[in-house]
Design a protein around this ligand. Structure first.
Ligand SMILES: [Zn+2]
Length: 340
């Protein structure tokens, strides 16, 4: 095994399956044979537009950052007993030395190397190398697909942590895409007693109900403000400016808003409401220290990420996997299995 296949974004809407050398694990790294890669909205966005905000694809880039697999090689300084371990790959490796890293906020590290964020290649390939500590061992109760989907699950864990969701919390989740659906399940696991999910897609709202929502709002029929809920926490997972503004206006006194969805740069804020109710608003950027929690939630069955998978694809069909979400209103999460 000296070469492998990888799905490379060469330009806007130009995805090619290329032959590349199998990477060599450097000191402190492991080589992972990839068994599953989830398709994220960001992969689709790079494919369609070649950029996300300031991150611009200027040279060919391997897509993919939600991945799991098996350790098949180790670099210098890594215990060879790791070979054979099933792992979930945490796709962002910080420098571990800067002020943010030392403060425990490694997601804010300015020197982060994150899979499939230019200029770094992603994991939509047969093999990748990664820092040994960021290849998290998973138990056999976690499927190959689920090992990959611990990445979006981590986003849900982080959103609930930032929102300080706990027993008795009343949570409003706007957007029932994959992130909204993992945030819903995490809110339930964290003890929230009211979990209201809002979206336009009835299929996704039904799924939200199956996964722990206590109520749903189809915002095509009823506006958030008419629906009559007064949550203590808003987890905004749609990126839609209207949902963000309306969600903020529903929040109870002393409430907390967590902005997870990627929105526009500008947004009118209901400042009087935020000020008079002392509402806290926070952004989120990826996650930090979430894998142990995500592994425990998935392994214990408190959270089910396998249910989100609506399509399996071979590496050669990566383009179809990227387009599934736009073509099929029932599609939630596409998974590519590079060893198929
Ligand atoms: Zn750092």
């Amino acid at each position: 095994m000296t070469t492998m296949q990888a799905a490379v974004l060469r330009g806007i809407q130009q995805l090619a399956i290329e032959e590349r050398p199998v990477p060599e694990p450097g000191p402190g790294e492991v080589l992972v044979k990839i068994t599953a890669v989830g398709v994220c909205g960001s992969d689709v966005h790079y494919y369609q537009h070649g950029r996300i905000g300031d991150f611009v694809v200027e040279q060919p880039m391997v897509l993919g950052h939600e991945s799991g697999g098996v350790v098949v090689g180790v670099g210098a300084g890594v215990d060879a007993s790791r070979i054979g371990q099933r792992v979930s790959v945490e796709p962002g490796v910080p420098d571990l030395t800067c002020a943010e890293c030392l403060a425990g906020r490694y997601n804010l590290c300015p020197d982060m190397r994150f899979f499939a964020t230019p200029p770094f290649d992603g994991s939509l390939a047969e093999y990748v190398t990664v820092h040994a500590a960021f290849a998290h061992p998973v138990p056999d109760t976690i499927s190959d697909d689920a090992a990959a989907l611990l990445e979006p699950l981590s986003v849900g864990v982080w959103a609930n942590r930032k929102g300080q969701v706990g027993a008795g919390s009343r949570v409003l989740i706007t957007g029932a895409g994959p992130i909204g659906l993992v945030a819903t399940q995490c809110a339930r696991a964290y003890g929230a007693t009211e979990i209201v999910v809002a979206d336009l897609n009835p299929h996704r709202l039904k799924l939200a109900q199956d996964l722990g929502a206590t109520a749903t709002i189809n915002v095509g029929d009823t506006s958030l403000r008419e629906a009559g809920y007064e949550p203590t926490v808003l987890l905004e997972c749609s990126g839609h400016p209207g949902a963000t503004g309306d969600g903020l206006r529903t929040l109870a006194r002393g409430g907390r808003a967590v902005l997870v969805g990627m929105g526009d740069d500008g947004l009118p804020l209901p400042l009087t409401h935020l000020q008079s109710r002392e509402i806290e608003v926070t952004g989120t950027f990826r996650y930090a220290n979430t894998w142990p929690t995500a592994i425990a939630l998935a392994a214990s069955g408190r959270v089910d990420v396998d249910t989100l998978v609506t399509g399996h694809f071979a590496l050669a069909d990566s383009e179809a996997a990227l387009l599934a979400g736009e073509r099929d209103p029932f599609a939630v999460k596409s998974v590519i299995n590079p060893q198929r």
